[in-house]
Design a protein around this ligand. Structure first.
Ligand SMILES: Cc1cc2nc3c(=O)[nH]c(=O)nc-3n(C[C@H](O)[C@H](O)[C@H](O)COP(=O)(O)OP(=O)(O)OC[C@H]3O[C@@H](n4cnc5c(N)ncnc54)[C@H](O)[C@@H]3O)c2cc1C
Length: 169
């Protein structure tokens, strides 16, 4: 994914360096793509950021090379807090992109309904790559849970009516 991100940054700047750090070396195909886009690949573990007046000046590698840089981006791994869903019996699963795990999420259908009865989810917990607008869109669809609440109220009311009990609500 670091290669993918370096190629993304190349849209914004002609001066992009990929530090492989502890990751694998680019494949032959990736190396060709990086070279074609004039992205320098620097092997070796990154040891430190060197700053002056709180501004990044350079990146120092374990083997001593110092590479001047004005900005440094580090790839994240998205981790959603799913403990509460785990307690309801919903397990999270890895989401892989190009063969790399980029995060974990809980399975749900397009309305946010999960395998657990009465539990709907929306947003990054169901889709770690969702943006604000897509996360909120599923939140609107998850209003379908009201139909579930209505069905439950009807079921209880019918059961009560059959026994002759009239609930106050
Ligand atoms: C670095 C970064 C940049 C981004 N840039 C953009 C952008 O430019 N445009 C865009 O559209 N999207 C962007 N996103 C994505 C966007 O932030 C998410 O899609 C959006 O916030 C998802 O909303 P959400 O409600 O699902 O989750 P969140 O916004 O993460 O809200 C979940 C909330 O639940 C709380 N919570 C979790 N567990 C518990 C618990 N057990 N009890 C109580 N509270 C709990 C959390 O503290 C959090 O406040 C970016 C994301 C990141 C990480």
């Amino acid at each position: 994914m670091a290669v993918h991100q370096a190629l993304l940054w190349r849209q914004r700047s002609e001066d992009v360096v990929l530090f492989t750090h502890t990751g694998p070396d680019p494949t032959a195909e990736e190396a060709e793509q990086l070279a074609a886009r004039s992205i320098r690949v620097v092997p070796g573990a990154v040891e430190a950021r060197e700053t002056a007046n709180d501004r990044l000046e350079s990146v120092r590698l374990h083997h001593g090379e110092v590479v001047p840089r004005r900005a440094l981006a580090v790839a994240p791994r998205f981790t959603t807090r799913t403990a509460i869903l785990g307690a309801l019996g919903l397990e999270s699963t890895d989401l892989a992109l190009n063969g790399h795990v980029i995060g974990r999420q809980v399975q749900s259908d397009p309305t946010g309904a999960t395998q657990a009865a009465g539990v709907w989810i929306a947003g990054n917990v169901a889709d770690v790559v969702a943006s604000v607008i897509t996360a909120s869109a599923v939140g609107v669809k998850a209003a379908a849970l009201n139909a579930d609440l209505i069905a439950e109220e009807i079921r209880l009311a019918v059961a009560a009516r059959r026994t002759g009990y009239v609930p106050s609500g």
